[in-house]
Design a protein around this ligand. Structure first.
Ligand code: SF4
Length: 254
């Protein structure tokens, strides 16, 4: 029971806020519940379509394509594609989160995810059309230019602060002392097999693990392969206290 409450701590928090609101002002609490009900109803109509879209992206768009067009190396081209994707999208902003999470899992960069979300929120095409009609085309064009520049800069800044590891993505739990390859991330570049051939080999354009056990507390070759893997597909189950030492050593070695 306690575990369940902990897992749904946000819902518990909302319930406590409602109880508090009822105690202070019953009328406002009822109004608030009605508003929440309206948004829940709206979400129930929108979200099935969004989940269908995420499933299609996941199934039909190869990881290499997403990494090529929206990945860390996609540069300004990736930013403009992200602006386009955000601008032509339909639906409320909360629909963008599951889509962006799927793109992130398939290799899109943090900065491009910020650009998609921001474009989705503030420069959607129907919004621009209305803006031009009510506030003049000149107003719309100037705002679009400055907003676009701002969004790209913001994406860059967020990517410097927020790292992929900061974002909760459901993955297989990794055991201490074991190696895991996130298969969907692997592009079969072969770097791991070159750096740690006793642990990895390439088959059918994917890395597979020959020996999943780390021998000793630190296995340098595996750590280097983990660091050099361009898609961060390799994970090593190690005690937390070793992680900072390993990363420092690798950075010092260059
Ligand atoms: S280095 Fe990474 S992406 Fe390249 S083959 Fe190994 S696991 Fe796959």
């Amino acid at each position: 029971m306690l575990k369940r409450l902990k897992k749904n701590s946000f819902l518990v928090f909302v319930a406590i806020v409602y109880i508090g609101l009822f105690a202070i002002n019953g009328e406002k609490a009822i109004l608030s519940i009605k508003n929440s009900g309206y948004y829940i109803k709206e979400m129930l109509t929108v979200m099935p379509l969004v989940f269908l879209l995420t499933a299609l992206i996941d199934t039909w768009i190869p990881q290499e394509t997403i990494m090529d067009y929206l990945g860390d190396e996609s540069g300004l081209r990736g930013s403009f594609i992200s602006i386009f994707l955000g601008s032509v999208s339909a639906g409320p902003i909360y629909a963008a989160f599951p889509v962006c999470k799927t793109l992130l899992q398939k290799g899109a960069s943090i900065s491009n995810i910020v650009v998609i979300l921001s474009s989705w929120a503030v420069i959607k095409i129907p919004m621009l059309a209305n803006e031009a009609k009510f506030l003049s085309p000149k107003f719309m064009a100037v705002r679009w230019i400055f907003t676009t520049i701002g969004i790209i800069i913001m994406g860059y800044m967020v990517s410097k602060v927020v790292k992929r590891d900061d974002i909760p993505i459901e993955e297989k739990a990794i055991e201490l002392g074991k190696i895991l390859i996130k298969e969907e991330y692997c592009i079969g570049c072969g770097i791991c097999a070159k750096m740690a051939p006793e642990h990895f080999k390439i088959e059918n354009n994917k890395a597979i693990i020959i020996d999943e056990n780390i021998h000793g507390e630190i296995d340098g070759d595996v750590d280097k392969a983990e660091q050099k893997c361009p898609t961060k597909a390799i994970e090593v189950g190690r005690a937390k206290e070793f992680e900072s030492d390993i990363h420092r050593e690798i950075i010092e070695e260059g």
